[in-house]
Design a binder for this molecule. Structure first.
Ligand code: HXC
Length: 260
């Protein structure tokens, strides 16, 4: 598929998806969701990818939400299908085997905030603005916001954001644990790249296992989570990268992971 509103790049194990639909502040219409799904498929099929960055073009907007011009005329059935489509694509983002960093350069509102919530963690520009403003449109979040936000920032802070629809600054987002780290706009991408390079230097099997253990563990009780963890630990230890990592430590040298 030729992308019109997404830029995709990949080098040194670091893939990048950039939303680029400036006329509508990168709002997610059906075509953009399809392009996003296609780019995610590319990431999942490329053995060389070890980490993904998701960002928006420019300094104004990450993604300003689902496209309101497309939502407004929908019938209830159409609305359900649109929400289902968004939930599926954003679910694919969350379920990517490799780690994903949201690099939030500007507005992350509604569906845009929901994209960021499905990433493994968020780095934000000092100018970033977060919010789930759907309530001000007479609707509610439909791409996972009511479910993921409370799991990240807690029930009461999530309800405050969802019920007021208010925008919050990057500083506030940092304070409530929605954002991991905040940077000046011009150093945001390099800071994210530095972390991405650190992640990409690790063994792929252990990266994927660590992410899987946390994600699956959050949906089950503690004993089941422990079970998942020890199975994945055992699987990792059998990988060539684990042989290399442990041998390198014992030989007092730096490991060279091959990603197997
Ligand atoms: C369609 C959008 C848009 C959106 C911005 N635009 N956000 N178009 N859908 N979500 C368009 C504007 O209409 C405008 O087009 C252009 O982008 C620039 O936006 P402005 O409003 O002129 O910019 P500014 O005054 O700087 O305000 C920025 C903003 C505001 C605060 C981000 O645009 C805004 O509030 N946008 C809507 C945010 C929102 O409510 N998101 C949630 C959507 S619902 P023109 O042609 O006039 O230049 C959602 C539900 C998800 O996400 C789940 C669905 C199932």
């Amino acid at each position: 598929m030729a992308y019109t509103s997404i830029e995709f790049s990949c080098s040194d194990g670091i893939a990048r998806i950039t939303f680029n639909r400036p006329k509508a502040l990168n709002a997610l219409n059906a075509a953009l969701l399809d392009e996003f799904a296609d780019a995610l498929k590319k990431v999942s099929q490329d053995e060389a990818v070890r980490v993904l960055l998701v960002t928006g073009a420019g300094e104004k907007s990450f993604v300003a939400g689902a496209d309101i011009t497309e939502i407004a005329p929908l019938s209830p059935l159409g609305a359900k299908k649109f929400a289902q489509r968004g939930q599926t694509v954003i679910g694919q983002l969350q379920d990517l085997a490799v780690p994903v960093i949201a690099v939030v350069n500007g507005y992350a509102l509604g569906g845009g905030c929901e994209v960021a919530l499905a990433c493994d963690f968020i780095y934000a520009s000092e100018k970033a603005i977060f919010g789930l403003p759907e309530i001000s449109l007479g609707v509610i979040p439909g791409f996972g916001g009511t479910q993921r936000l409370p799991r990240i920032v807690g029930e009461s802070r999530a309800k405050e954001m969802i019920l007021t629809g208010k925008h919050i600054s990057a500083t506030e987002a940092l304070e409530i644990g929605l954002v991991n780290r905040m940077f000046p706009p011009d150093t945001l991408m390099e800071a994210a790249m530095e972390t991405a390079r650190m992640i990409a230097s690790k063994g792929k099997a252990s990266l994927c296992a660590a992410k899987q253990a946390v994600n699956q563990g959050l949906n089950v009780d503690l004993p089941t989570g422990m079970h998942i963890e020890r199975d994945l630990f055992a699987l990792c230890l059998a990988s060539p990268d684990a042989k290399e990592g442990t041998a390198a430590f014992l030989e007092k040298r730096k490991p060279v992971f091959t990603g197997s």
